[in-house]
Design a protein around this ligand. Structure first.
Ligand code: FES
Length: 253
């Protein structure tokens, strides 16, 4: 969630006090409305940077800043269209006359399960998320997905119990929750996909021999001393270990 440090009743210019004498041309400004309040911000910023420029501070709703973590789902409208649009705040550029609000989280229930006990049957996903049977194939979830995932396609695959297909179609999901925000059947699509991927990985897909080998090594305590050394290292030593190619033991390509 972002907090605004500015005043509540005035139009705020985010450029105040920021002029740089070495920059001859001031940035061209455009107006955005965050939760109904107007701010002037430089053109070309992402929504996230524009909000920070306007004085908001991200406590929730911001993670990787690179389009991977899904923390920054944002809903907006523009003056030229009645349509509700969505995007990731860290990836979407501001437009003049944009009305927006960030959704750091959209309410989503998640089934409790013990993965060891679940079987990869047609019924499992339906039992854990019975609401998937309410899908009316309106495709709103697919249209809203900022990752261009065929969300409706994987929900339909989940209904058929086709775990591999769900895992395949949903692989790029970053769990921003925007699909769940638009679903008239109130499905929490990304949690269905997460469970399907877990089951596919645990029960259906081939075991990786390398992973089995590594697990045995971990159980035998092969990495215990190395782990202790890392835990005891200072930030400076850790940084050297990570960045210094002479020190770091990198697996060959
Ligand atoms: S901050 Fe991680 S996707 Fe935007």
């Amino acid at each position: 969630m972002a907090e605004n440090k500015g005043s509540q009743d005035s139009r705020v210019s985010g450029s105040e006090g920021r002029s740089n004498p070495q920059t001859p041309e001031p940035p061209s400004l455009l107006t955005i409305y965050v939760m109904g309040k107007a701010y002037e911000v430089p053109k070309g910023l992402t929504i996230m940077k524009a909000m920070e420029y306007a004085g908001y501070q991200f406590i929730r709703g911001c993670g990787c800043r690179g389009g991977f973590c899904g923390a920054c789902g944002t809903v907006y409208r523009t003056e030229s269209s009645y349509k509700v649009k969505v995007g990731l705040a860290c990836q979407t550029e501001v437009e003049d006359g944009m009305y927006l609000v960030q959704l750091p989280f959209y309410p989503a229930t998640k089934a409790k399960y013990d993965i060891e006990e679940l079987k990869a049957t047609t019924q499992t996903l339906v039992r854990c998320s019975p609401e998937i049977m309410r899908c009316i194939s309106c495709n709103s979830c697919t249209k809203i997905c900022p990752q261009d995932i065929d969300v409706m396609g994987y929900v339909n695959a989940a209904i058929r119990g086709d775990y591999d297909r769900v895992a395949d179609l949903s692989f790029d999901c970053i769990m921003c929750g925007l699909c769940a925000s638009r679903c008239p059947a109130e499905i929490v699509q990304y949690n269905v996909a997460l469970l399907a991927r877990r089951i596919a990985g645990a029960k259906l897909q081939k075991r990786s021999p390398h992973l089995q080998e590594r697990l045995k090594e971990i159980e035998a305590g092969k990495f215990g001393d190395g782990l202790k050394k890392l835990m005891a290292a200072s930030a400076e030593e850790l940084s050297k270990m990570f960045y210094d190619k002479e020190v770091r033991d990198i697996e060959p390509a």
